[in-house]
Design a protein around this ligand. Structure first.
Ligand SMILES: *[C@@H]1O[C@H](CO)[C@@H](O)[C@H](O)[C@H]1NC(C)=O
Ligand SMILES: *[C@@H]1O[C@H](CO)[C@@H](O)[C@H](O)[C@H]1NC(C)=O
Ligand SMILES: *[C@@H]1O[C@H](CO)[C@@H](O)[C@H](O)[C@H]1NC(C)=O
Length: 209
């Protein structure tokens, strides 16, 4: 008798403990991020980032501003100095905003990609950034894993001269794919068990990107 009551109680307590966890599955973060995702959909990326530019048009970015799924798997694979998801999400956000700035910088004031698309996208990113850092305040005490710190050092080094050419569309394509990988909790419900971090899945084109 006592035992079964105990079990019942434990069951109830378990439920109560689970409850807040369930409610966190879709964090506050997801709402502004889903808005970003909608603006990054494939038809918009194609139209504004490819068709509106001369064929094979490229812009210059720093090496570290190229942030792809492969970078994520490479950075995660070092087990001696494990990463937090947070480390990669911080990088993603910075690199994405930087990419948008770089494209805006080369666009004439009246270019349709600027006023019909990118300016708004930049604003959506800023909205997301506000929520993101409210929910995850920066912890200045924490020492970053060395490989992450090295990336930040180069990203923020104004004298750094490692440039490469990329298409404007590839910047947003990478931004989109890595977003789905790094913020799975916001997107997994739409497509259960799909591994957005797996490069091969994208390659095979099972998902239209
Ligand atoms: C992308 O977003 C635009 C504008 O919201 C919408 O009209 C279009 O149908 C969307 N395309 C896809 C493939 O979801
Ligand atoms: C664009 O780049 C592709 C692949 O590098 C090349 O085959 C093609 O000829 C280029 N097109 C133009 C118009 O330069
Ligand atoms: C991602 O990998 C490329 C090489 O494929 C490298 O140039 C770039 O610096 C890496 N980016 C980051 C953020 O580590």
């Amino acid at each position: 008798m006592v035992q079964s009551e105990c079990r019942l109680l434990r069951g109830l307590l378990g439920l109560i403990c689970l409850l807040p966890v369930c409610m966190c599955v879709e964090p506050k973060l997801c709402l502004p991020l889903k808005t970003v995702k909608e603006s990054l959909n494939q038809s918009l990326r194609r139209r504004f980032m490819k068709m509106n530019f001369p064929i094979n048009y490229t812009i210059q970015v720093h090496y570290e501003e190229v942030f792809r799924l492969r970078n994520i798997s490479r950075l995660k694979s070092n087990e001696e100095e494990p990463l937090l998801d947070r480390d990669l999400q911080d990088l993603w956000l910075w690199v994405s905003q930087q990419g948008i700035k770089r494209i805006l910088k080369v666009l004439p004031e009246r270019h349709p990609t600027r006023h019909k698309y990118l300016s708004n996208l930049e604003k959506l990113f800023n909205d997301f950034e506000g929520v993101y850092y409210d929910l995850n305040p920066k912890d200045d005490q924490r020492e970053l894993p060395e490989r992450i710190q090295n990336i930040w050092d180069r990203l923020t080094d104004i004298d750094y001269e490692g440039w490469r050419s990329v298409t404007p569309k590839s910047i947003l394509d990478n931004c989109y794919r890595t977003m789905l990988c790094l913020f799975k909790e916001c997107f997994s419900q739409e497509d259960d068990n799909y591994d957005y971090c797996e490069v091969l899945n994208w390659r095979k084109g099972r998902k239209t990107t």
